[in-house]
Ligand binder design. Sequence first.
Ligand code: NAD
Length: 303
Amino acid sequence: MTARVLDGRPVASHLWRELGDRAAAVHAKTGAAPRLAIVRFSAEGPAGVYALSLARAAHGVGIETLWVDPPEGVTAVDLEARIGALNRDADVAGIVVTQPLPDHLDLARTLELIDPSKDVDGATAQSAGLLARGAPTFAPATALAILEILRAYEIPISGRRAVVIGRSAVAGRPVAALLLAADATVIVCHRRTRNLARETRRAELLVVAAGSPGLVRAEMVNRSCVVIDAGINVTPDGVVGDVDFNAVRPVVAGITPVPGGVGPVTTMMLLHQTLISAERAAAVRPPELDRFRTPVPAEVAGG
Ligand code: NAD
């Protein structure tokens, strides 16, 4: 037996169509496309590539992007003015700040400049606090994407033992909070976890967001486990996840590929949250912060 591959691309395409319709409805009501501001400190490297692919996807669903490129050496005061202007601009539905920041800027302070009502990547302390409390809020898109894949493939979460490797603010912690809110029993592992394999072997759902290629090997999983690999690692062999895909796939029930798993859905979840913000501002329909009611796309249900 070999695992079902949980392809993120059909899930993303399904969302693409849904978001396109919703963006068009906002446009029809307000006379303008919903707008996402992307604050970027470099057009180069992985952050630059990510920003461009986000803008391309936004354009595809009918969301306009507004580039904010602070000058090199921008002061904290200047940045505060720039992000403050975006907060006050009624045409801007969402604001994302790409990382990493230049060394002279403080990450937490910078993220706090975003108005929580436009915090469409769940980056502020308010969003993180509400999420930790299990209350409706914007959440980091990667974490939402992981839940969206599980739901699209109808993989039960409630009551199951979920093990998360990684505790970062953008991936591990928020996904643990979302799994807990969905009634999983959650174990969070990290660099100081003493016997990682002992924890992972007992997982029914294993979410990996460590940034360490080959971290999860075949002997670390059980046959009924569903593995979601959020890792993105650029290696001489190309982009790989944190799981040894070829070795693990034959010995588990389900697994996401890298690339083509969590990544494409992440972009869609960020755009989804941008639309929630735009819909709320335009009073197009009641806010729906608690999504997860996406019908299973036909191409997913069959596969
Ligand atoms: P990070 O470096 O901030 O955090 C990594 C976490 O993994 C830490 O909590 C660390 O304790 C844990 N960890 C690392 N090595 C470990 C080990 N050997 N054993 C146990 N725990 C270990 O990284 P991050 O920003 O959370 O990103 C993690 C990975 O997810 C990266 O590959 C990144 O590229 C990827 N990522 C993907 C998306 C997406 O959309 N798919 C989004 C964000 C991050």
